[in-house]
Design a protein around this ligand. Structure first.
Ligand code: KIV
Ligand code: ZN
Length: 518
């Protein structure tokens, strides 16, 4: 059967989702899980875009060995050099260079002629090929590009040394039949196309990213670029889990196979959702909590008689555990450590002991810990590093039907170690908490979105709260986990503020560096 390569871009295009801002440690945690998931290529970032991205790509390339790590670069020497410095220690260094090819982009963005773009694309592929064994070339906005021009530039960059040709639907504009046609057209009009792999990269503006990627496979694409949970610029990118499961369940139709370990899908989805602060919609295909729930009486009746009446994907296939082994208050250090390792976390002895202490304390309040609960706990304890932002210390809320809700919060300023305590009221308990936090933080924070999700069924499930806030004209997302929903709400807000402060401090550092350099 034909092999389809999965190129994951969660850490690059996915990270471009508004409000998402992963630090190196968080990117590395996701990269290790993507390796377990069995992706063939992972795009770890855009090295020339910032020193943080450069370092994250470099560390990931040095660590991940069973798949190829790549980084994005514009078609300029500086970006290619920086990508090489970040990726050269990788197991299979690969660069992803792009240049826009549509007339709209040429006229309004690049202000170049087709001839100039052709010349630049060829020159930069040649330059990259002197360093990298594998060069992937992308025609940004390929789908709104004049097809004869697209065929010409593709043919010329192949002669210049490109190994993979990617044809993105950058703005998510085409219908599946049209996107498939572009791949057929290339096969018919590019004489040297047999020397390269063809790749699809689809955005979801019209909700067709997955359908378009499948149409590309039907028409000869050997690689699909996708993102966990379908996050990404604007409406997001094609969702990796939907593509992988569609190819597996409909193998009879697509006649292709991949290396994706389907039973790692749920864990990967949970991890990405928790670290990016982007909740998975309940009805999302494959990974939404409703994906395996049967509600109507007729469906339940049929399902109980024979699962296949209403279920085409079994929860176990994608790693959704129906009777997962849980840890509880009687579990010892050994079981705890084993469980962490099974979940893919490896910490030094002292750190494991610290986490075990926190776990033991929590078992006083919560009887059972599922895998998801543990992942939440670990990420909560380790997500943000550095001395920027605030630590949550305590929260007290007074609520009564005949009283004005009042909250008292204590925080520690990580930089000064100062304890800040404030109180405020609000129309409801959450508003009282957020009004209090605003006083503690003394900054303009506008709440854009607030969502609660429970980790699993049961009275003692952990609450996860996701918020999006606007600070200084920039969106920032945060996540908070706790047994109590009000505590989770406070932690999510602080997490979003901390992420913004980390971003701001990085930006200030960069502009100071630029000022010194100029
Ligand atoms: O959508 C797009 O065109 C991209 C390119 C940079 C590959 O993400
Ligand atoms: Zn894209």
């Amino acid at each position: 059967m034909r092999k389809i390569n999965f190129f994951d871009t969660t850490l690059r295009d996915g990270e471009q989702s508004p409000g998402v801002n992963l630090n190196t440690q968080e990117k590395m945690t996701i990269a290790k899980q993507l390796e377990k998931l069995g992706v063939n290529i992972m795009e770890a970032g855009f090295p020339a875009s910032s020193p943080e991205d450069f370092n994250a790509v470099k560390e990931i390339a040095q660590t991940i060995k069973s798949c190829s790590v790549t980084g994005l670069a514009r078609s300029v020497k500086g970006d290619i050099d920086s990508a090489w410095e970040a990726l050269k220690a990788g197991a299979e260094p690969r660069i992803h260079i792009f240049i826009a090819t549509s007339d709209i982009h040429l006229k309004h963005k690049l202000k170049k002629t087709r001839e100039q773009v052709l010349e630049q694309a060829v020159a930069m592929v040649k330059y990259a090929k002197q360093k990298f064994p594998i060069v992937q070339w992308s025609a940004e906005d390929a789908c709104r590009t004049d097809l004869p021009f697209l065929a010409k530039i593709v043919s010329d960059v192949i002669d210049a040394g490109a190994d993979v040709i990617n044809l993105p639907d950058t703005v998510g504009y085409l219908a599946p039949a049209e996107y498939g046609h572009i791949f057929r057209y290339m096969k018919e009009h590019v004489p040297n196309l047999d020397r390269v792999k063809l790749s699809a990269h689809c955005h979801n503006d019209l909700g067709m990213a997955v359908a378009n990627s499948l149409a590309a496979i039907e028409n000869g694409a050997d690689q699909v670029e996708s993102v966990i949970n379908g996050i990404g610029e604007r409406a997001g990118n094609a969702s990796l889990e939907e593509l992988a499961v569609a190819l597996y369940i409909r193998k009879d139709f697509y006649q292709v196979e991949s290396t994706i370990q389907l039973d790692q899908i749920k864990r990967t989805s949970d991890l990405v959702s928790e670290l990016t602060g982007m909740a998975v919609p309940r009805n999302k295909a494959v990974v939404g909590v409703n994906a395996f729930a049967h509600e109507s009486g007729i469906h339940q009746d049929g399902f109980l008689k024979e699962k296949t009446t209403y279920e085409i994907i079994s929860p176990e296939l994608v790693g959704v555990k129906t009777d997962a082994l849980v840890l509880g208050k009687h579990s010892g250090r050994h079981a705890f450590k084993d469980k962490l390792q099974n979940l893919g976390f490896q910490f030094a002895e002292a750190e494991t002991n610290r986490l075990f202490g926190i776990f033991k304390e929590l078992t006083g309040k919560k009887k059972e810990f599922s895998d998801e609960d543990l992942i939440s706990l670990i990420l909560e304890e380790k997500a943000i590093d550095g001395k920027i932002g605030y630590d949550f210390i305590s929260l007290q809320v007074h609520y009564g039907t005949a009283q004005v809700p009042t909250a008292t919060v204590s925080l520690r300023d990580q930089k000064t170690e100062r304890i800040i305590q404030e109180a405020a009221t609000g129309a409801g308990s959450v508003e009282a908490i957020y009004n209090t936090l605003k006083r503690c933080i003394e900054k303009e924070v506008q709440l854009l979105d607030y969502r609660i999700q429970s980790n699993r069924k049961g009275q003692d499930a952990f609450a996860q709260v996701y918020v999006r806030v606007m600070m200084n004209g920039r969106e920032s997302g945060g996540r908070g986990v706790a047994q109590d929903v009000l505590e989770a709400s406070a932690k999510a807000y602080i997490n979003a503020v901390n992420r913004f402060l980390i971003f701001q401090s990085n930006a200030e550092r960069l502009s100071k560096k630029a000022a010194v350099g100029s």
